[in-house]
Design a binder for this molecule. Structure first.
Ligand code: NA7
Length: 417
């Protein structure tokens, strides 16, 4: 292997693409050779489902040459003696496996790939449909049904509301740790944890029961890195700052300070955080961050400070400030200005909007802290808009000079359709 650094990026989702773009734009004398493996036939990962990402993917077209599409990484091993990684991959179309050696590895496979599907007694003989939120596409499928939503986080709220909007008869959301506690429209209620099912009757921890037609498991995801040897594999579950990672990216337990994870944290900022992590990771690998690399002890102390602070977080508002501070810390080290604190104010407002009115919070308009552009309001509120297509969205945009509907319709109707 030559002295030139050789970086393996696993995954061409938003994190992997951000890393690729940063490498490709860096100075030639520090730019490493980069190979990105992507098991799908296109980039974007989970995010390519949406028409909203179209412009981003077009903009990165010249990055194709770095990506091996339809190629799955099977095995990554760190070689202590030579301080490099052996990566085995399979070209799924050709059915051919190959082995390559890299100086650094960036794991950017995303965290929403493997659904967490808890077992409940009687679920195997439940007569209705059981679906994880990962596979949810069209709420119309649940029209007229009594839906049981398991979970009390973002997906649970979203799917319960979507189902009701599109005509579900009712939705019961069942919680394990604490209820969501929103002021739900008629038709949605929360109950303590589901204990068991008997045919289509659900039994809950408070002794109540209800007949249900479908179950939506909004129970989150599991980290999965089956291709990494054990000592390289992250141990913690989904959290705002996983254990054993310097700057939430550099793996401290093994891998000689050359293994990086991206986009692992529970997210508020998503793209902003991915971009910040990409800049930091690329520059760290290229050796262009002042004051880096630090000693193992310094890196561990830094990581442990973040983990200690994570343990004190009490809810979404704390989480938002924590993530803003994390991004501010990382971006300051590389001179990037993602305006994390100003963006955090928007997230706080978003959470307050949600608490104030679960039906209308999606209708609020926000102003970009970068361009000053104010997002257009829509003629129909979310509760009244039944077509999610791009065309319908564009038609629904309120002309800029018309009076905002909020002047006349401060609170959307809460009744069922
Ligand atoms: P999240 O945010 O990981 O939430 C998962 C929810 O599922 C949460 O309320 C969990 O309850 C609940 N859960 C998990 N396992 C069980 C079992 N066994 N029984 C009952 N309830 C359970 O996933 P989402 O899909 O909502 O959100 C995904 C991402 O979107 C999120 O990470 C953000 O980045 C935005 P718990 O509170 O643990 O008791």
């Amino acid at each position: 292997m030559s002295d030139r650094k050789r970086v393996c990026i696993i995954g061409a989702g938003p994190c992997g693409m951000a890393a690729l773009r940063n490498f490709s734009q860096s100075a030639l004398d520090v730019r490493p050779e980069v190979v990105c493996y992507e098991k799908q036939n296109t980039w974007g990962g989970l995010w390519n489902f949406t028409w909203l990402t179209g412009r981003w993917t077009n903009g990165d077209d010249d990055l194709r040459k770095y990506i091996k599409f339809n190629t799955v990484v099977r095995n990554v091993v760190y070689n202590d003696a030579s301080q490099n990684f052996t990566v085995v991959s399979t070209d799924l179309k050709a059915g051919v496996s190959s082995t390559e050696v890299f100086s650094h590895v960036i794991v950017a496979v995303g965290i929403f790939n493997v659904p967490n599907k808890p077992h409940f007694d009687g679920i195997d003989t439940f007569e209705g449909r059981i679906m994880h939120s990962h596979d949810f596409r069209d709420a119309k499928e649940f029209k007229g049904q009594r839906v049981l939503v398991v979970g009390a986080s973002y997906s649970a709220e979203d799917l319960a509301m979507q189902c009701l909007k599109f005509g579900a008869k009712s939705a019961i959301c069942t919680w394990r740790t604490k209820p969501m506690g929103f002021k739900w429209p008629k038709g949605i209620e929360e109950r303590p944890l589901l204990l068991r099912l008997d045919s289509n009757t659900a039994y809950f921890k408070d002794g109540s029961s209800a007949k249900v037609d479908a179950i939506l498991l909004c129970t989150g995801y599991r980290y999965a890195f089956p291709f990494l040897e054990d000592r390289l594999r992250l141990q913690s579950g989904l959290t705002m700052y996983p254990d054993d990672l310097y700057k939430a990216t550099l793996w401290l337990r093994s891998g000689g300070g050359r293994l990086f994870y991206m986009g692992l944290q529970d997210q508020y900022f998503s793209y902003t955080m991915f971009e910040t992590e990409a800049i930091w990771t690329c520059r760290y690998i290229m050796g262009t961050i002042p004051g880096e690399p630090k000693s193992q002890a310094e890196m561990r102390a830094d990581a442990e400070n973040w983990v200690a602070r994570r343990k004190e977080l009490k809810g979404p508002h704390d989480d938002i400030d924590f993530q803003a501070d994390f991004i501010a810390d990382l971006s300051a080290a590389v001179g990037y200005k993602p305006e994390a604190k100003k963006v955090a104010d928007m997230f706080h407002k978003w959470e307050h909007d949600k608490d104030a009115d679960i039906v209308s919070y999606r209708d609020q308009s926000f102003q970009s802290v970068f361009t000053g552009t104010v997002a257009p309001t829509l003629k129909s509120t979310w509760w009244r808009a039944f077509d999610d297509s791009k065309e319908a969205f564009v038609k629904n945009i309120q002309p800029p000079d018309s009076k905002s509907r909020y002047a006349t319709q401060s609170c959307p109707p809460m009744e069922r359709h």
